[in-house]
Ligand binder design. Structure first.
Ligand code: SF4
Length: 300
């Protein structure tokens, strides 16, 4: 029996976007064919459609503007001055003193750190056992005033070696995904992971490791104040939203995470490493990316 193929292209795609999508494996025949199961078209996002899954706030009164900055070593003071420049990229390595294991007090210790101080803390953190086999803790990198904060699961082998998030083939695919919605990895995006150190043999991060590391991510969200958070992969979505709902269900609606007094929309999608293994699901990721694009304000 022959399968009829009807065009289902829903959005205008420029020649440049075609090129990017092609690099992602999302070629034109793949978009227009109905051989694969259809997903619902991306709806326009109305405020009332946003489902608040969880409010995450250790201290609602501690907004970024109000938080006092703790005394900092000279190296961190210099970094703080540099951070005042608009659209500064962060992620560079800088020497800082080693901090002791402190998982039980992590939330309190990061509460008043600025972005550079936080990055420095992460790079020398020993709050969970993942510090023992890592090469580098991967704090994250990108714009200090991002439109989109991307949260992956944990560093892999290449990330651990380079000390940067999303490098290698997954990183290339992520770059192409971002370009497909007119976002530059360094100018409009900050990229980090739920857990900052590589689990041995790329095993899944454990609950205690996620719990130990989560204050860093929550403080990053507070400081970066992105327009949208893009959670990539099941572990990132579950940890960020404190839920065990299937990823497929979570990506059907825009979720919300709240830090301080600021609710931030969260779009859940597949991790690029998964999409490399299962390229037919890139069309679903494309729907999620269109949702991100729709949520962005003129800030980007
Ligand atoms: S995974 Fe997080 S909590 Fe554990 S050592 Fe690395 S930075 Fe610290």
């Amino acid at each position: 029996m022959s399968v009829s193929r009807k065009p289902v292209l829903q959005v205008p795609v420029s020649a440049m976007q075609h090129a990017w999508l092609s690099a992602m494996g999302v070629n034109v025949p793949w978009i227009v064919t109905e051989a694969a199961p259809q997903s619902a078209p991306t709806p326009s996002i109305e405020p009332e459609q946003i489902t608040q899954v969880q409010a995450v706030s250790s201290d609602p009164s501690a907004t970024i503007d109000q938080a006092p900055v703790a005394p900092a070593p000279e190296a961190l003071k210099a970094a703080l001055e540099a951070l005042k420049k608009p659209q500064k990229r962060v992620g560079s390595q800088s020497p800082v003193p080693t901090i002791a294991r402190q998982s039980s007090h992590m939330g309190e210790s990061v509460k008043h750190q600025d972005l550079e101080q936080l990055q420095a803390m992460i790079r020398v953190c020993q709050a969970c056992s993942l510090c023992e086999q890592r090469t580098h803790a991967v704090a994250g990198e990108g714009s200090a005033k991002p439109s989109v904060l991307i949260v992956g699961e944990a560093p892999g082998e290449h990330e651990d070696i380079e000390g940067r998030p999303f490098v290698g083939r997954s990183g290339q695919l992520l770059d192409n995904m971002l370009q497909a919605i007119q976002l530059d990895r360094f100018e409009q995006v900050f990229i980090t992971n739920m857990v900052k150190c590589r689990p041995p043999a790329n095993r899944n991060p454990r609950e205690d490791e996620i719990s130990a590391c989560s204050p860093y991510l929550l403080r990053q969200i507070e400081l970066l104040r992105p327009t949208v958070v893009l959670a990539m992969g099941r572990f990132a979505a579950h940890a960020l939203l404190s839920t065990k709902e299937p990823l497929q269900k979570l990506r059907q609606e825009t979720q919300v995470v709240t830090t301080g007094e600021n609710p931030i929309p969260v779009v859940v999608t597949y991790h690029p490493a998964y999409l490399l293994r299962r390229p037919t699901d890139k069309r679903l990721a494309w729907e999620d990316l269109k949702r991100v694009r729709a949520l962005l304000t003129p800030r980007d």
